[in-house]
Design a protein around this ligand. Structure first.
Ligand code: AMP
Length: 555
């Protein structure tokens, strides 16, 4: 029997846009400018300018399926591109502005970017890439740019340069968005490439639509039109975790930091604009915490903080709780749109209890749209018993089933990334409790294999960061003649703290770390290397150790 429902109504981003522009037309997008007043606009005006941008791109020759790249901060213009490009049937490709030049040009070439929209402040980053992008026809610059960058862009052969506002001016503020197949690609995002070349994930209209609904559920971010969300997680990092699309469904206003991502300006924008929610990786929050400790501010409106991208240290969650900023921990990947799990404790636990805190520190539960399973080293599925550790595999309508165009000529479904029955192999190792809470213990490649047993680098890092003298810590496996691998603990001390590795080791022992897991190799570092999206870069750290660049002490 066929259903009697309107199943032919496709789940497209233009539906999200139309809803946001009409039902939530007055919802706000505020962009930090670093000047006395931020830039302010509404969802309605953003939709109108998206229509103007679509007309302009069409005139530049962007047709259905063509790829338009963005090299932009989080700001109103970037949101315009978020809707204009996919709604007209083209594909939005958000370029990660923190990647090294060779990776950026590899990605823009691999994706086939025909047009790139760039913020003026980033034009200097784009200009040297142009000779390596033979398929690029147009660059559209939004906002002021330095004279040097202007000259460099103008000198690139085969590329026409336009000014964003001039290109939009006078164009119609409505566009007859085509009715697209919901399975068409809407946007492309590349993984951050910590292992090999970055890999492209092409989200569909359908996956974005369904993921947005999940983001909005009370068990996920659960925001309403009374909220103002400070969207720090970059628009090039898994679509800002889906927020720009999700808020157009619910009328949540957005505060966009543009290029002002240092702790000082973030604290200032919280105090002045009074957001109720914010989303970012732990590194950003560690920085903000230090800033707020040094220069207290009124951050009382910010009561909900979504943290993901890497494990949230318990010390950070505790410190934020004390400031009234309740952390909600989530796990995801570029390949999972990214929402994969979210840590809302069960209703049965007592609010404020240790038990509740322990639940909040897990990576959380799978939403109904995501199925998860653990696969042991011998390839068999493991029970959800809270003890059996295996690699997490997931599947669902917003989980990648292949990579865009393969990787360096490889097939789009590398065997190590997808199981034969179509599940995504996440490369994350963990356990799942009988009531469905996932706890990640490591990345498969970061786990320390000592004498045939596994040591979780994340567990050691969390315990170290709970010590008052430690600002940051990263633990990596290093070769050991006797044990195969042993942990090397690298630490950044807080200002004024003196080095005492023996005390740190005792602290670990006192935090419940088993004796045989305690590191005997220690190094003091000025900073822990970070990836382009602000995660600990253990590949670099292992390289520094192998090259003898770290002063390792035995304790
Ligand atoms: P990316 O695609 O750059 O977002 O990286 C995804 C990876 O980040 C995941 O496979 C995890 O290894 C890591 N990750 C994301 N969220 C968390 C979390 N809450 N806890 C631990 N690791 C995380």
């Amino acid at each position: 029997m066929l259903s009697t429902m309107q199943d032919d109504v496709p789940l497209t981003i233009s539906r999200i846009l139309r809803h946001g522009m009409t039902v939530h037309g007055d919802a706000r997008i505020t962009t930090w400018t670093g000047e006395a007043e931020p830039h302010r606009t509404t969802f309605r005006a953003t939709g109108e300018r998206a229509a103007q941008l679509a007309h302009a791109l069409a005139e530049l020759g962007v047709a259905e399926g063509d790829v338009t790249g963005t090299l932009m901060w989080n700001n109103a213009e970037h949101v315009e591109a978020y809707f204009a490009v996919p709604c007209m049937g083209a594909v939005l490709h958000t370029l990660n502005l923190r990647l090294p030049a060779d990776q950026l040009s590899y990605i823009a070439r691999h994706a086939g970017d025909k047009v790139i929209l760039v913020n003026g402040s980033l034009a200097g980053l784009l200009a040297p890439l142009l000779p390596h992008l033979p398929g690029l026809e147009h660059v559209v610059v939004s906002g002021p740019m330095a004279e040097e960058a202007r000259t460099a862009l103008a000198g690139a052969s085969g590329v026409r340069v336009h000014e964003y506002e001039e290109l939009l001016a006078g164009r119609p503020t409505a566009y007859d968005w085509p009715e697209l197949d919901e399975r068409r690609a809407a946007s492309l995002c590349y993984t951050s490439g910590t292992t090999g070349e970055p890999k492209g994930v092409a989200y569909s209209h359908r996956s974005v639509y369904l993921h947005s609904m999940q983001v909005n559920m009370a068990e996920s971010m659960g925001l309403t039109d009374a909220d103002l969300s400070l969207v720090i997680v970059p628009q090039f990092h898994c679509n800002s975790w889906g927020l720009p699309h999700a808020v157009f469904m619910t009328g949540v206003s957005m505060l966009m930091p543009d290029r002002f991502l240092q702790p000082g300006p973030i604290a200032e924008m919280i105090e002045r604009e009074r957001p109720t929610h914010a989303a970012a990786v732990p590194t950003i929050w560690q920085g903000l915490l230090a800033e707020l400790t040094a220069n207290p501010r009124d951050v009382s409106t910010l009561t909900q903080v979504t943290i993901g991208g890497s494990a949230c240290p318990s010390s950070l969650m505790k410190a934020f709780d004390d400031l009234g900023m309740r952390v909600c921990h989530a796990w995801g990947m570029t390949e999972t749109s990214p929402l994969g799990t979210i840590a809302r404790p069960p209703a049965t636990v007592v609010p404020g209890s240790d038990e509740e805190f322990a639940y909040r520190l897990t990576q959380g539960r799978f939403p109904a749209g995501v199925e998860g399973r653990l696969i042991g080293p011998d390839g068999t599925e493991l029970p959800w018993d809270g003890e059996s550790a295996g690699e997490l595999e997931v599947r669902g309508p917003w989980i990648a089933g292949a990579y865009f165009g393969g990787v360096d000529g490889d097939p789009s479904r590398p065997e190590d990334k997808f199981s034969p029955d179509g599940w995504l192999r996440t490369g994350d190792v963990g356990v799942i409790s009988p009531d469905g809470y996932l706890t990640l213990t490591d990345r498969a490649k970061d786990v320390i294999k000592s004498g045939g047993e596994w040591i979780s680098s994340v567990e050691l890092e969390n315990a170290l960061m709970a010590h008052p003298d430690v600002a940051e810590a990263a633990v990596v496996a290093v070769p050991d003649e006797k044990w195969g691998e042993r942990p090397l603990a690298t630490v950044v001390l807080r200002n004024g703290a003196a080095v005492d590795f023996a005390a740190l080791r005792d602290h670990l022992a006192g935090s419940g770390i088993a004796r045989w897991q305690l590191p005997e190799r220690w190094a003091l570092v000025a900073e822990v290397p970070k990836t382009s999206v602000g995660k600990l870069d253990k590949k670099v750290l292992r390289g520094q150790h192998a090259a003898g660049e770290l002063e390792v002490r035995r304790v």
